[in-house]
Design a protein around this ligand. Structure first.
Ligand SMILES: [Zn+2]
Length: 168
């Protein structure tokens, strides 16, 4: 866990100035801040810049929210109960991550670790059988190799981002 100096701030949706979180209205233009907007923490480093992790974290949360919402919509249109439950969970966890809710961060991190373990197993098994990729049907080992490798990187990166923005 890197030592970092961050201030929890928000940006005024009206004038765009950076404010310290927790105020009911903007100290510059006086605009009332919507509660949901003010609840999304924005971090800046000690040089006053947004760290790249912040951008990546927000993209990750946004992706979960959009994919979750699409799955719920699809489930509503086709009565797909299971798709709807998983989509709803993604949607709620994505919003929880965005608000840096510790429970949501813990749940997503737990599943991310499970996915890392599964991807690592796939990678190792594919690697062990790598000598067979030229045999008929051997392409599955190549696919497994890259899926496993990609899965480790993807889910590992997600864990890194959550660790960066959680306090425990
Ligand atoms: Zn303002």
């Amino acid at each position: 866990m890197p030592v970092r100096q961050t201030l929890i701030t928000i940006q005024c949706p009206h004038c765009g100035k950076t404010l310290v979180q927790g105020r009911p209205n903007c100290q510059f233009c006086g605009a009332l801040l919507p509660a949901a907007y003010a609840a999304v923490p924005v971090h800046i480093d000690d040089r006053g810049q947004t760290p790249w992790q912040e951008v990546a974290y927000k993209i990750m949360c946004g992706g979960m929210i959009v994919l979750g919402a699409l799955a719920v919509l699809q489930a509503a249109l086709s009565n797909g109960y299971i798709t709807g439950v998983f989509g709803g969970a993604d949607l709620i966890l994505g919003i929880g991550l965005l608000a840096e809710n510790e429970l949501a961060q813990g749940i997503v991190k737990f599943f991310a670790w499970l996915n890392v373990a599964a991807a690592a197993a796939l990678f190792l098994v594919s690697f062990m059988w790598f000598g067979r990729i030229l045999e008929p049907g051997g392409w599955v080992y190549l696919v497994g190799f890259f899926l496993g490798l990609g899965g480790c990187i993807y889910w590992g990166f997600m864990i890194y981002l959550i660790n960066y923005f959680s306090d425990w």
